[in-house]
Write a protein that binds this ligand. Structure first.
Ligand SMILES: *Cc1c(COP(=O)(O)O)cnc(C)c1O
Length: 415
């Protein structure tokens, strides 16, 4: 415990918190007493405004307006409205982003749209070891004969681009190690090879700066329930660069993506712009919750969030390395803040049990198989005192080997 105090004293943490321009945002989340929540990168905490908003949408809007709510309460506009709120967080224009479905479904729609823009090319190039759903979805499309999935190690991605590559599919920030790709450089390399790019920004959006327009990215998608605080199973978002809009065809062509959904025409005609990515009816309750979550992050501003994320993660690395000294805990993330996202990973052969012991001690991080302990540093609500406290708890667990109890070795269905 002293090892942590030598790195960051309680007084130093207090001073850092006092100097934090985002300190007022913490009170706008509901965080349980006695818990340090280092898992905002997996499920953002509940914004205090969200329960009242959900109750209002249910009781007043739905309960009183019934079906008139679609226009009276602008439910029909929610996918584009919430998309416009997310856009500046990822360097997109308001009309380049829309909210729909899950990240997995959006990936399929965007991969299919990209393939249609590159006739004669069939390869979707992805990174081995990246977040699985991205590759699983492409495997499914490949099973229909629509494309071929090619995965290569991270270091080999740029050189694997060739004249057969239709699409380069990558996570901006790696879900496990937190390594950040150079989006602009890889997008340029893909374009030089005649390929398009699809970026999964699930582990970046709302925590670090993403500049889709600046990088020249073609397509992107990301998650609503992580740093955007939209709640469990919140709808996801998708982005397409405006210069592609008129040419885009995506075959999950449901009625909400039709140019005139309520004309009930026999044939499909795509809606203008991003609306053609909608398939079915928007999830109004989920969108309302997401809007509240995004509003907080948008108000904080992405530049201030990334600046704080860097300071928090530097403090966490220093404190956890002090806590783990002599216990075999190894930093598994890049040390340079600009090369990382907003979470930090450490490897340890008993990472799972240590994670369980931490949770029992009020420090919620997560475990990613086989040996990674992840600490998410959501900058909108965490404090430097949280970081100090988490590291002190970790030091106690490691020093006493309290993680080595049978209860902490049992695996749950969701980690
Ligand atoms: C969390 C996450 C997803 C989530 O996909 P869903 O279909 O929304 O469950 C997708 N990709 C990455 C990289 C993620 O981190």
């Amino acid at each position: 415990v002293d090892r942590v105090a030598e790195t960051l004293t309680a007084e130093a943490a207090r001073q850092l918190d006092e100097a934090d321009p985002l300190r007022a945002f913490r009170a706008r989340f509901r965080l349980p007493e006695g818990v340090v929540y280092l898992d905002g990168n997996s499920l953002g905490p509940l914004p205090r405004a969200t329960p009242a908003r959900l109750l209002d949408v249910a009781e007043r809007e739905w309960g009183e307006s019934l079906i008139a709510g679609w226009t009276a309460h602008r439910w029909i506009e929610a996918p584009a409205r919430v998309g416009a709120l997310i856009a500046p967080l990822v360097g997109a224009c308001a009309d380049e982003l829309i909210v729909a479905d899950s990240t997995s479904i959006n990936l399929a729609k965007l991969v299919l749209a990209a393939l249609a823009l590159r006739p004669g090319r069939r390869v979707v190039l992805a990174e081995a070891g990246d977040f699985p759903t991205d590759r699983y979805m492409v495997e499914g499309l490949a099973s229909l004969g629509l494309c071929v999935l090619r995965t290569v190690p991270r270091e080999a991605v740029a050189e694997a681009l060739d004249g057969e590559t239709a699409l380069l599919l990558l996570s901006h920030v790696h879900y496990r190690r937190s390594a950040r790709h150079d989006m602009a450089a890889l997008t340029a390399a893909a374009h030089a090879a005649g390929a398009l790019t699809l970026w999964d920004v699930s582990h970046s959006a709302g925590a670090i700066e993403v500049n889709l327009a600046g990088a020249g990215a073609d397509f992107a998608t990301g998650c609503g329930y992580k740093y955007l605080n939209g709640g469990p199973g919140a709808p996801a978002f998708l982005f397409a660069a405006r210069h592609h809009h008129d040419a885009i065809r995506q075959p999950l062509s449901g009625w909400m993506g039709h140019a005139a959904p309520f004309a009930f025409e026999d044939g499909y005609r795509p809606a203008p712009g991003m609306a053609r990515f909608l398939a079915g009816t928007p999830p109004v309750l989920g969108l309302a919750a997401l809007e509240e979550g995004v509003r907080l992050v948008a108000e904080a501003g992405i530049a201030a969030l990334e600046a704080k994320s860097r300071l928090l993660s530097q403090a966490l690395i220093a404190c956890v390395e002090a806590a783990g000294a002599g216990h075999g805990l190894v930093l598994a993330s890049p040390r340079e803040p600009g090369a990382r996202g907003s979470h930090v990973a450490f490897a340890h052969p008993h990472a799972h049990a240590i994670c369980q012991a931490l949770i029992a001690g009020g420090v919620i991080g997560d475990f990613r198989a086989p040996d990674v302990l992840r600490f998410g540093l959501a900058p909108a609500f965490l404090s430097f005192e949280d970081v100090r406290c988490a590291a002190a708890t970790l030091a106690r667990i490691l020093d006493t080997r309290s993680w080595d109890r049978p209860a902490f070795h049992a695996r749950k269905a969701v980690t």
